[in-house]
Design a protein around this ligand. Structure first.
Ligand code: PRX
Length: 635
């Protein structure tokens, strides 16, 4: 069976087969990839133990699938196009042949630095091609990459390096984002004070910000590459990986204070990202795919890098930000490289929409054929603007619902095949069996219903474990509802059986498409010397989707409130990163708690949303008077 679905009727048939005979279905899809040895068993699973294995005992290397197998036909096609932050600087185009050579070189460089199969490598880099190359080089030699988004603080990096016990870090002196010069190496140095076991830091030259290079530990990327050249650039053979060997760790927030290291493995992740890329975007040979996500997030991993390269696509990587030098930057890029598929987040769409039509003037967007949205619910207004102003009503929009834990897109239209509705992720992809459940765990059948979204059968991209703590994986995802994977999202299924994601039902806030745990933000706020206690909730935000609202109880602070507010923001930036800074901080003298001491977040959420009347039952509160004070001081 070929990978691509070509019509909506075909989708319906394929979907049916994928549910009736999942193993036969996925085996046929997997046959489209290059395996060093085929599997003994397609699927082996037990959700009650959070155990899933795909393509047992098969051997492969994902980079052979992403690069080597394309060399004959696509060797001279661009694999990566890179647009720098500064539009005046030179862009770069890297062909599949060049990518092969570079990944091989960096793979050898890592080996020269003692990196072996199974070792964890932390990557903290700007959006330059070397980031994608470093990721692929790890995969080439069987090292497990743990990419940390460049916006995270030293403390967050240290936590992640410790959790994964990474002994090697790849970073850059600095990176450019808009007008900012981000001092990446300095941040790493600060993080490594807490990680004495890190024995090697490889530093790419990008910004030439002054950095301190520690003897014996730090080395320059360029010097290490020279050493590989002196060796005569030996071919770095693709390490044979077991299908269930770990490919990468990516940390994500949940409802507890500590981010989890979501683990994906080689075989299933490859099949799932390759399959979904081909079908959701209906990728045609030669098309230029522009995914605006940073590689530090799952979207960047699965579609900017792996999914796109698995299908021999040309993937466009952008170092900068959408509004610099002006709000027309995305459209300049589309025009300059004749981008065919644009995949971005509703938050970017809403923010660019706010600049009106002017940034679009004179920009030729006629190359666009398909548009995608990811990361958060897209409101109708943004959907319509995207459709009219960017797609000129001729580009299908795929609203793709998925998660770090799902590895790839789960519920989404197939571009141009599935009839769409604004705000709807529409229908499950083949192999995905969603269901809605009520609070008691009963499945809600039929259409025109809503509930908590679960998936009742495994798919190849499913999370395998949370690094170093399998029990945490089991309790977080597989214990809320018996024998089901719980997504943490609320969802409705309309009369046509179409799915619409309504947002998180747990204590996770989705800020600009990034997941932030309320407990994490509270922990960070509580680090501030004057803070006694805090409670954080999300509230609707015009651009970000959700904003962060913090209720804070101060001790006997001598400082004025505005200063303290700024100090708290600085504290959160230090502990987590600027992305977790509260948008609003309200100082209160108490929090609404039940007699057992539990904070009633429902009330705090309502007040943050601007609702002061219908707060629901407050009779179980220890001190109902605090609610009046909170309402009176609402921001
Ligand atoms: O709440 C859902 C929301 O983003 C969450 C997953 O976040 P993360 O793991 O960071 O991955 C984001 C990129 C895949 C989900 O639980 N979400 C993601 N896509 C959509 C969405 N909400 C609504 N519509 C979407 N298309």
């Amino acid at each position: 069976m070929s990978l691509r679905i070509h019509s909506f009727e075909e989708y319906t048939q394929v979907y049916k087969k994928s549910v009736d005979q999942p193993e036969a279905f996925w085996a046929e899809i997997a046959d489209n990839f290059l395996w060093q040895k085929k599997w003994d068993q397609v699927l082996d699973w037990d959700f009650r133990k959070a155990d899933t294995k795909w393509f047992s005992n098969a051997k492969l290397n994902i980079t052979e699938n992403c690069i080597d197998r394309h060399l004959e036909k696509l060797g001279h096609q661009s694999a990566i196009i890179w647009e720098p932050n500064d539009p005046e600087q030179h862009h770069r185009k890297i062909t599949y042949k060049e990518l092969h050579a570079k990944v091989s070189q960096v793979g050898t460089m890592l080996k020269n630095n003692g990196v072996k199969k199974g070792d964890r490598v932390c990557i903290y880099m700007p959006m330059v091609p070397e980031l994608a190359i470093a990721v692929l080089a790890c995969a080439r030699i069987g090292a497990i990459h743990s990419v940390v988004f460049g916006g995270f603080s030293a403390q967050s990096i240290a936590d992640r390096i410790q959790d994964a016990q990474c002994e090697v870090v790849i970073t850059a002196d600095g990176g450019f984002r808009g007008t900012k010069d981000v001092p990446l190496k300095n941040v790493i140095d600060e993080a490594l004070v807490q990680c004495p076991f890190v024995r090697r830091v490889i530093v790419l030259t990008r910004s030439r910000t002054p950095v301190s290079m520690i003897k014996g530990r730090d080395c320059w990327w360029e010097d290490e590459i020279k050493k590989v050249e002196i060796m005569g650039n030996p071919e770095c053979v693709a390490e044979p990986m077991d299908s269930e060997d770990e490919l990468f760790i990516l940390y994500t927030s949940g409802s507890t204070g500590k981010p989890k290291g979501v683990v994906h493995t080689c075989g299933g992740y490859m099949v799932y990202t390759g399959y979904t890329f081909a079908n959701v975007f209906q990728y045609e040979p030669g098309e230029v795919f522009f995914c605006t996500a940073d590689i530090g997030w799952i979207t960047g991993h699965s579609y900017l890098v792996y999914g796109a390269l698995l299908q021999g696509a040309t993937t466009l990587m952008f170092e900068g930000v959408p509004n610099w030098p002006d709000a027309g930057r995305f459209w300049d890029i589309v025009d300059k490289y004749k981008v065919n598929i644009l995949y971005t987040a509703p938050t970017a769409i809403r923010s660019l929409m706010g600049f009106g039509d002017e940034p679009l003037e004179g920009k030729d967007l006629s190359s666009l054929t398909k548009l995608g949205s990811v990361g958060e619910p897209i409101n109708e207004e943004a959907w319509n603007w995207y459709n009219e102003k960017i797609g000129k009503r001729k580009c299908p929009i795929v609203d793709t619902w998925w998660q770090t834990e799902t590895g790839g897109i789960m519920i989404s239209p197939l571009a141009g095949l599935t009839p769409t509705k604004p705000g709807y992720a529409t229908l499950p992809l083949p192999g995905i069996q969603p269901c809605l459940v009520d609070e008691n765990g009963n499945e809600i059948e039929g259409n025109g219903v809503s509930g908590n979204l679960c998936i009742k059968f495994p798919w190849p991209g499913i999370i395998r474990t949370t690094y170093g703590d399998h029990e945490r994986c089991r309790t977080t995802y597989f214990s809320t509802y018996d024998n089901k994977y719980f997504t943490g999202d609320g969802c409705l299924r309309d009369e046509d059986g179409y799915y619409r994601i309504t947002g998180r039902v747990d204590d996770v806030i989705n800020v600009s498409g990034h997941r932030i745990g309320t407990a994490e933000v509270e922990n960070a706020i509580n680090m501030h010397a004057d803070v006694i206690e805090s409670a954080v909730v999300g509230y609707p935000h015009n651009i970000k989707g959700q904003g962060i609202y913090a209720y804070v109880i101060l001790g006997s602070s001598l400082h004025d409130h505005d200063l303290t507010r700024r100090d708290i923001l600085q504290t959160v930036t230090r502990i987590i990163g600027a992305i977790a800074k509260p948008d609003k901080i309200q100082f209160v003298s108490g929090l609404p708690k039940t007699r057992s001491g539990k904070i009633m977040r429902r009330i705090l959420r309502k007040v943050a949303e601007g609702e002061t009347e219908n707060l629901g039952d407050t009779s179980t509160l220890l001190d109902p008077a605090v609610v009046d004070e909170i309402k009176a001081g609402a921001l």
